[in-house]
Ligand binder design. Structure first.
Ligand code: NAD
Length: 368
C-alpha cells in the first residue's frame, strides 16, 4: 500500500503559523507510529493570488482532486479586501468545496473539561459536551434557482430558493448515520417541516434512509428553531445533528460557541468515496486568518491540529491515533497550557504557537 497522501494549503495570516505545528505532528506520527504520509504543499487564498493572480491555481485544484485529503489553514486578510469578488481569497475555498463536491460538513462541538469556564453557559451544562453537527454544504437556499433581486410592480423583490433533491438529502443523511455508528449511535434531524415543503421532503427521505439501512441508529426529528433552543438549554442530549445548509450554518456556529474559543474548533468537509474507498475530504479550522495577531506567534494551533485528528479518524480510519492526539491535547490543557486566546481573568504568561506545539508533542511522546 502506498503512503496516504496529504495536500497542505496553509493559506494566509495565521494559516501558515498554525500549519507549521500540524506538520510537526504529522512528522511525529511518521517517526513514532509508523504512520507516514506523503505530504505536498501549495498555495491558496491571498498567497495564491499574489503568485498566480487567482486564489486557487488550476494545478492546485488538480492536486487536491488526487490526494487522499486536503489540510487547509485559513484564507483572507485586509490586503485582499478590495479585490474583485471573483478573485477574493475565499473564492479559492469555495472552488475546492464545489469541485471536490464536499457535501457533508462536519462541525464537532466538544468541550474540554479544562476549558468549561470559557463557555457562556453554566459549566455543568457544557462539561463533557461532545456533539457533531452534519451540515449539508453544497445545495439548499445558498445555491437554489431562481435567485436575485428583481423589480416587480415598481418594487424591488429579493429572491432565494430553498431546493433539495432526494439524492442530495439521502447522501448527507447516510453520512450522518455512518458517523453516528462510530459515536453514540444517535441522529437528530432538524428542519422546518411545519412550514416548508423542502422540510417535509427532508424528513421523509431521512426516515426512508433510516428504515432501509440504519434501523440500528436511534433517529429523532426536531424543528430547527426548537433545535436552537435545545442547543443552549441542554446540548448534551444530542450526539449527531443532521441538518441543511442554512440551518446548519447557524446551528453549527451556535453549537461551536458553547465550547469557548475559536482557536479550538476543527471541521471536516467530506464528499463521495474515491476509488480507494476514502472519501474526498478537506479538513480545516473554523477560524479565519486572524490578521490582528498574524505573524506574532500568538495563534492557537489546536483547531488546526484537531482538524488533522479528524483526518486521521475520517479519512484514514485511524480512530485510535486520533484518540491519542485528542488525549494529548486534553492533557496539556488540563496541565494548564494556554495560548493567549485561552487566558482567563487570572492571567499568566501565554504560550506561543510553537510552545503549544512543543507541549503537545511532549504529551504524544509520553503516550507511547
Ligand atoms: P478570524 O477567525 O480570523 O478572527 C476572529 C478573532 O478570533 C480575532 O480576534 C482573532 O485574533 C481570533 N482568532 C481566530 N483564530 C485564532 C487562533 N487560532 N488563535 C487565537 N486567536 C484566534 O475572523 P475575522 O477576523 O472575521 O476574519 C479575518 C479574515 O479571515 C477575513 O479576511 C475573513 O474573510 C477570513 N476568514 C477566513 C476563513 C477561512 O479561511 N475559513 C473563515 C473566517 C474568516
Amino acid at each position: 500500500m502506498p503512503n496516504p497522501s496529504l495536500l497542505i494549503l496553509a493559506g494566509d495570516g495565521i494559516g501558515p503559523e498554525v500549519m507549521d505545528e500540524v506538520k510537526r505532528i504529522i512528522a511525529w506520527f511518521g517517526d513514532k507510529r509508523d504512520l507516514t504520509f506523503d505530504v505536498s504543499e501549495d498555495l491558496v487564498g491571498g498567497a495564491a493570488y499574489d503568485k498566480h493572480g487567482v486564489p486557487l491555481a488550476d494545478e492546485t485544484m488538480a492536486k487536491a482532486q488526487e490526494v487522499d485529503a486536503v489540510l487547509l489553514g485559513a484564507v483572507g486578510g485586509p490586503k485582499y479586501d478590495d479585490l474583485d469578488f471573483s478573485v477574493k481569497p475565499e473564492r479559492g475555498l469555495l472552488r475546492l468545496r464545489k469541485e471536490m463536491d464536499l457535501f457533508a460538513n462536519l462541525r464537532p462541538a466538544q468541550c474540554f473539561d479544562a476549558l468549561a469556564d470559557f463557555s457562556s453557559l453554566k459549566k455543568d451544562v457544557v462539561a463533557g459536551l461532545d456533539i457533531m453537527i452534519v451540515r449539508e454544504l453544497t445545495s439548499g437556499v445558498y445555491f437554489g434557482e431562481p435567485r436575485g433581486i428583481h423589480i416587480e410592480d415598481n418594487m424591488r423583490v429579493g429572491i432565494n430558493t430553498q431546493r433539495y433533491t432526494e439524492a442530495e438529502i439521502e447522501r448527507v443523511a447516510r453520512a450522518a448515520f455512518d458517523l453516528a455508528r462510530k459515536r453514540s449511535n444517535k441522529v437528530c434531524s432538524m428542519e422546518k417541516a411545519n412550514v416548508m415543503e423542502s422540510g417535509i421532503l427532508w424528513r421523509d427521505v431521512v426516515t426512508e434512509v433510516h428504515q432501509a439501512d440504519y434501523a440500528d441508529v436511534e433517529l429523532s426529528h426536531m424543528y430547527a428553531d426548537n433545535g436552537a433552543m435545545q442547543l443552549v438549554r441542554a446540548p448534551k442530549q444530542f450526539d449527531v445533528i443532521l441538518t441543511d445548509n442554512l440551518f446548519g450554518d447557524i446551528l453549527s456556529d451556535c453549537a461551536a460557541m458553547l465550547t469557548g474559543s475559536l482557536g479550538m474548533l476543527p471541521s471536516a468537509s467530506l464528499g463521495l468515496p474515491m476509488a480507494n474507498g476514502r472519501p474526498k475530504a478537506m479538513y480545516e479550522p473554523v477560524h479565519g486568518s486572524a490578521p490582528d495577531i498574524a505573524g506574532q506567534g500568538k495563534a492557537n494551533p489546536i483547531a488546526c491540529i484537531l482538524s488533522f485528528a479528524m483526518a486521521l479518524r475520517y479519512s484514514f480510519d485511524e480512530g485510535a491515533e486520533a484518540d491519542r492526539l485528542e488525549a494529548a491535547i486534553e492533557k496539556v490543557l488540563a496541565d494548564g497550557a494556554r495560548t493567549g486566546d485561552l487566558m482567563g481573568p487570572e492571567g499568566g504568561t501565554p504560550l506561543s504557537t510553537k510552545q503549544m506545539g512543543d507541549v503537545i508533542l511532549q504529551a504524544l511522546d509520553a503516550s507511547v
